[in-house]
Design a binder for this molecule. Sequence first.
Ligand SMILES: CC(C)(COP(=O)(O)OP(=O)(O)OC[C@H]1O[C@@H](n2cnc3c(N)ncnc32)[C@H](O)[C@@H]1OP(=O)(O)O)[C@@H](O)C(=O)NCCC(=O)NCCS
Length: 143
Amino acid sequence: MRVVELSAADTHDLRRRVLRVGTVTTSADFDGDESAVHLGVIVDSDVVAVSSWFDRRHPDRPGVVGRQLRGMAVEPSLAGTGLGSTLLSAGLERMRSGGAGLVWARARDTALDFYASRGFEVFGEGYVDLSTGLPHHDVIRII
Ligand SMILES: CC(C)(COP(=O)(O)OP(=O)(O)OC[C@H]1O[C@@H](n2cnc3c(N)ncnc32)[C@H](O)[C@@H]1OP(=O)(O)O)[C@@H](O)C(=O)NCCC(=O)NCCS
């Protein structure tokens, strides 16, 4: 298992299969993909987990250098086997060493426990994300 840097296009298959099923938007493209850092986990030359990290401060924490984590997705047959945690840790470390002080995400409510048990705080009121139609909360972690 290796954590590697990917191109945006390398993330699309997993984004589409995991994050764009039954959602309002079916596009796997995110605004700003061209300048984001994309990290993934490779097992046996397959991309089995993806994540994308955008140079974007949280609107309510404009004074802190922030990165927005988007598009966390793990191959469904491998969910719950530690790949997401490995990728999250590697990404947080990379953002910290790149000068960020905070990482935040617009998290699906179904993933809130995952983030909360990995050092993120739930921030603010819940909302329905327009591109998916699913309930979300922001989560923030100081790094
Ligand atoms: C959420 C997700 C990234 C976690 O990665 P993972 O590799 O499955 O997680 P790990 O094996 O490292 O850790 C297990 C944790 O993930 C949670 N988890 C497992 N499958 C999950 C799923 N399908 N959806 C949400 N959380 C899940 C478990 O509850 C467990 O939490 P706990 O350790 O706090 O009890 C991954 O399951 C996934 O891609 N889920 C669907 C897409 C999604 O919700 N992405 C996040 C969008 S904000």
